[in-house]
Design a protein around this ligand. Structure first.
Ligand code: DLL
Length: 436
């Protein structure tokens, strides 16, 4: 292993060689997909009957999109492209409709996925000797086991705690001198406020870095957390349909995550028309998995809104970078006719120092008019208890929100610890509007 590179040769592959590799692997996945009734029907209809019908990488656009509902309707094994005997792992994500989506992996699939996580972990500067506390839940969710195997492959000392139980997490961090965490942004925000209660100071800990993912977070949130914990925070993006975490991972430059393009084809399309958008423009991210044989997914619509950075990264990796997720096509709120993404509200809140580590977004309606209430916890250390300070802070939050989302929000300030706690993915929006 090269310093800061797990696989320098692939991570810095010339674009033309990278694209040749993508084309080769795409054909392999087409061959897998043709073994499933759903893809066979769809690909035939698109004029693709053999892998060689894909002549160039641009031909990927001939392939119809796959959506989450396709996975649900194929539950449990409809999209399985290998004999079940070859399957060594199953993951699943629950979603809101009740029917889960299921992902299958052969041993080769797991090995190839693990390689991607090893790349991300090494790109952040971690090496053997680092103690890795995995605070993502294990189980059917991909977050736990995904990074677990990546960290073991690099040779880190892995502590597989899983999510929750803050006191135990902090004690383990202290006793084992944990250097690296894997955690959701909401849980990392929460834990900071609980340290004093358990008699733990930052100086008792040896934290150097955290891998943060599984839910959206803004740059101000990263900066706030980096300051609170005096450590580096790296964004790790992924989704179960594309294996799980590590589809894209930030390097030491922390300038947005590199999509491992030998493993995925990423496209950005206009969510309304499905037409491709140029680099730099925000649209829906579409992924094709190039490294999984058990369950091929071609041109999967993630509903995540992001853009591709047109400029190369200073680290020398040739794999392009995906921006932070700006929102999801399905989480946009329409408040009195104005489109608002929860991420815009988060960005405003986290850039105000007196705002603490937790917030909620509440929507109600009366007589056809929507009302947005933003509940915010205070940051105790910066708060003197002076009532005029409360009014000033409320005014600041209200003004900054108005400037960003053009909506007059009602602001409620709460004591630290008063709002719901999320140890996994946060659900910060409560929409109680009457539906007409
Ligand atoms: O959340 C996989 C994962 C686990 C990624 C741990 C990173 C770390 P799903 O449960 O299928 O998989 O949810 C995927 O979560 O489409 C995004 O909307 C969101 N998401 C994941 N990572 C990020 C991130 C895992 N870094 C969905 N930034 C995705 C923003 C993220 N959103």
């Amino acid at each position: 292993m090269d310093s800061m590179f797990w696989n320098r040769q692939v991570e810095t592959l010339e674009r033309t060689a990278l694209e040749t590799l993508q084309l080769e692997r795409l054909r392999l996945r087409i061959a897998n997909a043709l073994r499933t009734p759903l893809y066979q029907k769809r690909l035939f209809r698109a004029g693709i009957t053999v892998p060689e019908d894909i002549r160039s990488l641009e031909d990927v656009r001939k392939i119809p999109f796959t959506v989450k509902d396709d996975l649900r309707q194929s539950y449990p094994k409809g999209l399985l492209a290998v004999d079940m005997k070859q399957v060594v792992r199953v993951h699943s994500s629950s979603g809101t409709t009740g029917i889960p989506t299921v992902i299958f992996y052969t041993q080769g699939d797991l090995d190839r996925w693990t390689e991607l996580l090893a790349r991300g972990i090494v790109a952040s500067g971690a090496t053997a000797g680092d103690v890795f506390q995995n605070m993502m839940s294990y189980g059917l969710f991909t977050g736990g086991l995904g990074l677990h195997y990546g960290a073991e492959r690099v040779g880190l000392t892995v502590i597989p705690v899983g999510g929750g139980n803050t006191q135990r997490q902090l004690q383990i961090m202290k006793d084992f001198q944990t250097t690296s965490l894997h955690i959701t942004p909401s849980y990392l925000l929460h834990i900071h406020g609980r340290m004093a209660e358990f008699g733990i100071n930052l100086s008792d800990l040896s934290l150097k870095r955290a891998y943060m993912g599984a839910e959206p977070h803004s740059e101000p949130t990263r900066q706030k957390l980096q300051e609170l914990y005096k450590m580096d925070i790296f964004n790790c993006y992924g989704l179960s349909e594309m294996n799980g975490p590590g589809v894209a991972f930030e390097c030491h430059c922390k300038a947005d995550p590199h999509v491992w393009e030998d493993a995925y084809i990423v496209e950005i399309v206009d969510p309304a028309t499905g037409e491709p958008l140029p680099d730099g423009e925000i649209g829906e991210a579409i992924f094709t998995n190039l490294i999984r044989e058990a369950l091929p997914l071609l041109r999967y619509r993630t509903r995540d809104l992001a853009f591709i950075h047109p400029e190369p990264c200073a680290c020398g990796r040739t794999h392009r970078r995906l921006s932070r997720i700006q929102g999801r096509t399905d989480d946009m709120l329409i408040i009195n006719g104005v489109n608002v993404f929860p991420s815009q509200i988060e960005e405003v809140l986290m850039s105000i120092p007196e705002v603490g580590n937790n917030y909620m977004i509440h929507l109600t309606s009366r007589n056809g008019l929507d009302r947005l209430t933003v509940q915010v916890e205070l940051y105790q250390k910066l708060f003197t208890g002076d009532l005029s300070q409360i009014d000033t802070l409320k005014g600041t939050i209200k003004d900054r929100l108005r400037a960003s989302i053009t909506i007059n929000a009602h602001i409620e300030l709460h004591e630290p610890g008063a709002l719901p706690v999320f140890e996994g993915k946060a659900k910060r929006v409560v929409d109680e509007r009457e539906r007409l």
